[in-house]
Design a protein. Structure first.
Length: 556
């Protein structure tokens, strides 16, 4: 079939899906810089900073702080994250500001805890937050504007208030009995706001001001630090002032690979995201992916098989790279990729044991991703998280900070899957000062001739990896524009549990064909949320996933 006919077919198919999923915004266009985030006020904060002469780093920090204010179910100063940065000349950096386990943590602390939810709710769930220090470090090393200019939009939003959008209203509603306490902690009012209501976060405004004027020190010393530690300990936690004072972000060597000639710069451990992404892309590279196959059972099966191997490797080997040796070279080697390719059987899938030794395996929630590309070609992909929706539910009351429950990303209890159904090995055990394994996959791709960039990442637990992967394939192989690439249905397989997840709108024929191959298929109506920018420094388009109501903002 003629290539153009194929592309028209896939475009038509995509538009049908987009229609079914709800209004997908058209891709935003700009010749002067772009920010795509989970919230239009976050994207606007970043784009305003670009328009004021800031670079991609200034913009991403402004947007991250702003989204932390307006989207408190998913991020904020109580969390942590990763940034992948590509300078206009092509030099890449990674900053890891992931939470760490408090110094008094022990490997069996959750086995000994009487509450089975101790790694998710309450003080023991809280890891040492890295978000504030990480964003300040990012800005001080690579930003161009003053810190005050970069923090101003978030301070203004927190102080003057903002309108609650449907995603936050829904998250509060889903919190059920816990909602009044969340409303009190966030907005100083026990009335739970609805979509369209105007709310303020005045204590948080003062906290961000203090963060700005002290260049971050206020978070680790003094009243804000005391407030955090007192609240966490009162809720049964073990965090200390010393933990806050000794926390530091880490430079990591970016994980770099190639896919169909594109350079892929992505997140190394303590995220599993980059490694899983690169292994699966490597496996797919031997197959010509045709745009007309974009939603076929054969394509989903091929993806699922590669994911089952890569997620089994994740569970077996991955954890904090400063504590365990992860055989990354081996996992990403040509031999490993070839072995996975040769194992592929188009006519069937296998039982879980086939993909990995279940080594003592010993819904969207609290994350947000921001993609930025500026007019000089500097790109930043930043994903930050407090983990699950509204995380530990522990507030530092005077400073308005909601604390993470990132400790659940460790293997808290051997053999018990975490909130996202993920299993792991001793490599991801709790240890004092350790970083829990993550799925966050901020990624930047550079086209074979060096002229184009794709800046991409997602929120959604392990779905982050599969969603980022499929968005990349949608652009590189299926030639979709950013709006289609983030909107069309997706699939996901994480080896354990042995389920192939597909979007609710997937055709029943596709599901039946997958079942015939031996997959147990489960439909889901909300996977994850992808933010993607594609283009050249002076001609770019970007899109936010319609599933979470985000909106990109281009510099006019
Ligand atoms: O780091 C991780 O992998 C998880 N804490 C991410 C959680 C997440 O994406 C929640 N969903 N939006």
């Amino acid at each position: 079939m003629d290539m153009r006919v194929k592309q028209r077919r896939v475009r038509l198919l995509s538009l049908v899906f987009v229609f079914l999923l709800g209004a997908a915004p058209p891709p935003e266009q700009s010749s002067a810089g772009m920010v795509a985030s989970d919230h239009q006020l976050g994207s606007k904060a970043g784009a305003d900073v670009l328009a004021a002469g800031g670079n991609a780093v200034d913009a991403v920090v402004a947007a991250a702080l702003a989204v932390g204010v307006v989207q408190p179910a998913g991020s904020g100063l109580g969390g942590g994250g990763f940034a992948v940065l590509l300078k206009s000349g092509g030099e890449a950096h990674v900053l890891d500001f992931r939470e760490v386990a408090p110094s008094a943590s022990t490997q069996d602390m959750y086995q000994r805890a009487s509450d089975p939810k101790a790694s998710r709710i309450g003080g023991l769930a809280v890891g040492v937050p890295g978000e504030g220090i990480g964003l300040i470090e990012l800005h001080s090393r690579w930003g161009r504007l003053s810190l005050d200019e970069v923090t101003a939009p978030a301070i203004e939003l927190a102080r003057d208030g903002f309108v609650v959008e449907p995603h936050l209203a829904k998250a509060l509603k889903n919190a059920g009995e816990g909602a009044p306490a969340l409303a009190q902690g966030l907005f100083g009012s026990s009335r739970v706001p609805k979509a369209g209501d105007h709310v303020r976060r005045t204590r948080l405004a003062k906290t961000i001001e203090a963060l700005s004027s002290s260049a971050g020190k206020a978070l680790v010393n003094g009243t804000i630090a005391n407030d955090i530690v007192t609240a966490v300990r009162a809720a049964g936690g073990i965090l200390t002032l010393e933990d806050l004072a000794t926390y530091s972000p880490k430079d990591r060597a970016p994980l770099v690979g190639t896919y169909r000639g594109w350079r892929v710069v992505t997140m190394p451990p303590p995220s599993s995201g980059g490694a899983v992404l690169l292994q699966v892309l490597g496996v797919l590279e031997s197959t010509d992916l045709n745009s007309e196959d974009a939603h076929s059972a054969a394509y989903y099966h091929r993806l699922a098989e590669a994911m089952k191997h890569a997620f089994a490797d994740r569970a077996r080997w991955m954890g904090d790279p400063d504590r365990v040796d992860i055989p990354l070279d081996q996992l990403l080697s040509a031999q490993r990729v070839l072995a996975v390719q040769q194992d592929f059987d188009p006519s069937r899938t296998y039982d879980s044991d086939h993909y990995g030794i279940p080594v003592d395996p010993g819904s969207d929630g609290g994350t947000q991703h921001i993609s930025v590309l500026d007019a000089d070609g500097m790109a930043v992909a930043l994903t930050t998280t407090i983990n699950t929706s509204f995380a530990s539910r522990v507030f530092a009351p005077k400073s308005g900070i909601l604390l993470n429950n990132e400790m659940d990303d460790f293997v808290a209890r051997p053999g018990v899957p975490n909130h996202y159904g993920l299993v792991g090995s001793e490599a991801n055990a709790v240890a004092p000062g350790a970083r829990p394994l993550s799925s966050m996959s901020p990624t930047i791709l550079v086209s074979p001739d060096g002229s184009e960039r794709i800046v991409v990442g997602a929120s959604g637990g392990p779905f982050i990896i599969s969603s980022t992967l499929q968005a990349i394939i949608n652009v590189v192989d299926f030639k979709m524009d950013p709006a289609e690439a983030v909107s069309v249905p997706r699939m996901h397989h994480q080896w354990a549990p042995d389920l192939l997840f597909v979007d609710t709108h997937t055709s029943p024929d596709t599901i039946a064909a997958l079942e015939l191959l031996g997959h147990t298929v489960k439909t889901m109506d909300f996977f994850s949320s992808v933010q993607l920018i594609h283009g050249e420094p002076n001609r770019m388009s970007g899109a936010s996933d319609p599933r979470k109501g985000g909106w990109p903002a281009g510099v006019r």
